[in-house]
Design a protein. Sequence first.
Length: 105
Amino acid sequence: MENGSSPISRSKSSPLTKEAAESIAIDVLTFIGAERVRLERFMTLSGLTPEGLRAAAEESGFLAAVLDHLAADEPMLLAFAANGGHDPSIVARARERLAPTTDDR
């Protein structure tokens, strides 16, 4: 890849830091929020209101749930990957990195 490319999308095998995984999840949330239909579907399926979304964003596990939502919708996953220049597998890798550990429980 080119010199200016993001380290997040460079390699399928390199481990993601928690910060990189969180950054991907925030990118996903931004992608979802950029289109009214996607955002409404996310809010309907999650049961969140706009106010609830703001509160949920501060909860442990929210970013992992955002990644789960994207991964469950293959066309949206592929659109996100194409839009951001990511390999679609980055979402699963980020989700794995954000999975709660026994220390988080």
